[in-house]
Ligand binder design. Structure first.
Ligand code: BGC
Length: 760
């Protein structure tokens, strides 16, 4: 065959294979490369740039997909994927337009923010992380993938792994809290859950690690704000979860809205190419955040969209989201400002993802309505209920008020007690709120047949100020009551007087946290605090079920309310899960992954604070020590903290030096000294008292979640390997320094054993 005939043959085979969908090929790297090379040979510059474009579903979600402008763009090969479309049939129809009506029939990627579940919604990620249960977290991602892929979606914009030390930042709800080690383990678990080992399995979906990088460090916790940080801090505190997700094989990465070292992430070559690809070996593609490329203009680094697009593609950003900026690359190439090779690189990476997902083999592989039966199936709901219970953190339980007995009269009071749309929590794009129980319904069901009486009153709105409450009512989460505050409170007091115990469901609204939900008043809203104070005046036992998407200031509540359970936003099965914990059918085992401050002024705030000159001891004011005059330097509830309905005791740890790969083994025995089964998290903290660069007093370096029967003991052993002692020194080099190290164990970061000491 001469060269021309060969090429023609490849082209025809390609067209036939794309359209007939029954082309089989082995999925070796070589085969993929040959396939994509042949395909790219056929592509015009416009079609290549088209692959770099990710519009929102937009006009295709309403009315006739076939007749929309987006459909026209798809036919013309100007679209690489779409996001936030839902439903196998609709997605099949849109995919059909791409595959049958565009010149080369290249299938589309369908993405969605499947952040903490799909229609089965798990607790918000911050809550999930408090379970410290890697298997359960992986399972939550697996279930999310099974459901989303049954509905046509093959790409999720998750995991969000941004470390944050600032409860003012609303998006702290979407991440795993403040610790890089724990964050990295969770990032890996989620990537595994979404992608499995076989991306081409039709229940696997492509993960997208976000937001690269340092988004959780926005100044003053203000959304989209400037970030300024030394590389020393960046690599020791913030980068580990992104790197772990990349090394676990995440197929895509999303750039962050913020700036790193003066350069917006979307145009930051050092970040997107040098660190991500060259240092960490990332092989997938990088996608913009929503209109992120255009924001290079708002950041004042690019005078127009064309130069923004040029800066972004040259930095290593492959796909544009929800903007037309990358369309300008066609002219930029013609003008010689961007090389075809640069476009080719980005295009290839996106086609590779499609190939690995098996979309060239069968573009409809995620569109099988019969798999819908799996969506919110009993097994998934049961898993969500269980992990929701595991994610709740018992903050206080004076006199063992909890669990409540299922008897007598219980008054359930508060604006979140009967608020259906607030159960799932922020970023529940696929949620079917009308299908989820309210807490009131969950508790009523738990009490059925017990003879216990449940009374209810709303008691207050979320806030006094209707306009403020309006801010969080987007997405139809409006539960405002038009009665006056006095009338509502009087009703609640009337109801509470008849009860033996008062259960308050109070806190933030689900959209009080999440994107663009920065707040500086992170205590309970006045309307609810006043109601709570009035209820406490009745002198009856009061339980606070606290709903939140962030760490909150519960200073007053912890001083006055006997029992407090942090329930976060616990997802579609949250009502049943809260009832399980409230009545002791589940024993709380969550441990905080973000510590709760005494005062918002303590932010940014972490248990992992660095050694300073003039150290402070005891957390209170000490002249010329690092402290505040008017508030403790310690948290109200520390990182790693969480109570149980049973008690645990941890022995002093012992150390056994090892030869070979391990440095040694730390052992401690943990005993359930109470009278019921329960789980807790044994945490191991490292200290390096003298090092070239200043290090934190303690850093989490290992943990184990342990379930024990009443009276049961277990010996827990942590193997210490040299990499656990490593850090990035002031020169930016990952180093293990010789000298003394200390290890402490405990059930939270403030209440630790004496150290075991060893030297390298
Ligand atoms: C958010 C991302 C999200 C994207 C698409 C942006 O506003 O920052 O986290 O994935 O929208 O919905």
């Amino acid at each position: 065959m001469n060269k021309h005939i060969t090429l023609l043959f490849v082209a025809v085979t390609l067209l036939v294979s794309c359209r007939s969908n029954n082309h089989t090929y082995t999925r070796s790297e070589d085969e993929m490369n040959r396939y994509i090379t042949a395909l790219m040979h056929q592509m015009t510059l416009e079609e290549k740039v088209g692959q770099l474009s990710l519009p929102v579903g937009g006009d295709i979600t309403t009315g006739q997909p076939r007749l929309s402008n987006t459909a026209e763009d798809i036919r013309a090969g100007r679209v690489g994927g779409l996001f936030n479309l839902k439903g196998a049939e609709q997605i099949r129809e849109v995919q059909r337009i791409a595959v049958e009506e565009s010149r080369l029939g290249i299938p589309l990627l369908f993405g969605m923010d499947v952040i903490h579940g799909y229609e089965t919604v798990f607790p918000i990620p911050l809550g999930l992380s408090c379970s410290w249960d890697m298997e359960a977290i992986e399972r939550s991602a697996r279930i999310a993938a099974i459901e989303a892929t049954a509905d046509g979606i093959c790409w999720t914009f998750s995991p969000m792994v941004d470390i944050s030390h600032d409860g003012r930042w609303g998006r702290i709800s979407e991440g795993s809290g403040e610790d890089p080690y724990l964050g990295a383990r969770i990032a890996e678990a989620m990537v595994r859950g979404y992608q499995t080992d076989e991306l081409s399995d039709s229940t696997s979906m492509l993960a997208c690690v976000k937001h690269f990088a340092l988004y959780g460090a926005v100044e003053a916790g203000r959304e989209y704000n400037f970030v300024d940080m030394s590389r020393y801090r960046m690599f020791n505190e913030y980068m580990a979860p992104y790197e772990a997700a990349v090394r676990a094989g995440a197929g895509s990465v999303m750039a962050a809205f913020n700036v790193v070292e003066g350069v917006p992430c979307h145009g930051n070559k050092w970040l997107l190419t040098d660190v991500l690809r060259e240092q960490w070996g990332f092989k997938g593609f990088v996608v913009a955040d929503y209109t992120g490329v255009e924001h290079l203009h708002d950041n004042g680094v690019s005078p127009d969209h064309r130069s923004a697009a040029i800066q972004a593609i040259q930095a290593g950003l492959d796909m544009d989201m929800a903007s037309a900026a990358y369309q300008t690359l066609i002219d930029a190439v013609r003008e010689g400002r961007v090389s075809v090779a640069t476009i080719d690189k980005a295009c290839r990476r996106i086609l590779e993802a499609k190939y690995k997902l098996g979309l060239f083999e069968d573009p409809y592989r995620y569109c099988h309505p019969e798999r819908r039966a799996l969506v919110r199936c009993p097994e998934h709901r049961q898993a969500a209920r269980q992990i929701a219970a595991e994610s709740m953190v018992l903050l206080k339980n004076e006199g063992d008020l909890l669990p409540l007995a299922k008897k007598g009269t219980i008054a359930l009071i508060g604006p979140l007690a009967d608020a259906r749309t607030h159960m799932a929590g922020t970023w529940s794009v696929a949620a079917v709120h009308e299908e989820y129980k309210t807490l009131r319904e969950g508790i009523a069901e738990a009490l059925e047949g017990t003879g216990a009486r449940l009374l209810y009153a709303k008691g207050s709105n979320l806030m006094y100020d209707a306009a403020q409450e309006g801010i969080i009512s987007i997405f139809g989460h409006d539960i405002r009551d038009n009665r006056s505050a006095e009338t509502m409170r009087a009703e609640a007091l009337h109801v509470a007087r008849q009860a033996d115990v008062i259960v308050c469901a109070m806190g933030e609204g689900s959209e009080s946290a999440g994107e663009c939900a920065s707040r500086v008043h992170i205590e309970l809203y006045d309307a609810q605090r006043d109601l709570l104070a009035a209820l406490l005046q009745l002198g009856k036992p009061v339980v606070l079920l606290h709903f939140a998407g962030r760490p909150t200031v519960l200073e007053w509540e912890s001083a006055h309310v006997p029992a407090i359970l942090e329930t976060w936003f616990s997802g579609s099965e949250g009502a049943d899960a809260i009832a399980d914990v409230l009545f002791g059918d589940a024993n709380p085992s969550g441990h905080l992954t973000t510590q709760f401050p005494h005062h918002v002024g303590q932010y940014p705030f972490s248990y992992r604070y660095y050694r300073t000159s003039r150290p402070n001891t005891g957390g209170t004011f000490g002249k010329y020590s690092t402290c505040y005059q008017d508030v403790s330097t310690y948290p109200l509830y520390p990182f790693g903290y969480g109570l149980s309905y049973t008690d645990f005791e941890v022995s002093e740890p012992t150390w056994q030096a090892q030869e070979g790969d391990a440095v040694g083994i730390v052992s401690a025995t943990i005993t359930n000294t109470g009278n019921r089964e329960g789980a807790t998290v044994l945490q191991l903290y490292l200290s390096d008292p003298f090092s070239e660069g200043v290090r934190p007093y303690i850093e989490l370096c290992a943990f184990e979640r342990i379930n024990l029967q009443a009276g049961e003991s277990r010996l827990v052993q942590f193997t210490i390997t040299p990499d656990m002692l490593a850090y990035y020194n002031p020169m930016g080099i990952k180093t293990i320094e010789p000298g003394e190290y200390q290890l402490r164990v405990g059930l939270n970061s403030r209440d630790l054993s004496e150290p075991v000491i060893f030297s390298l």
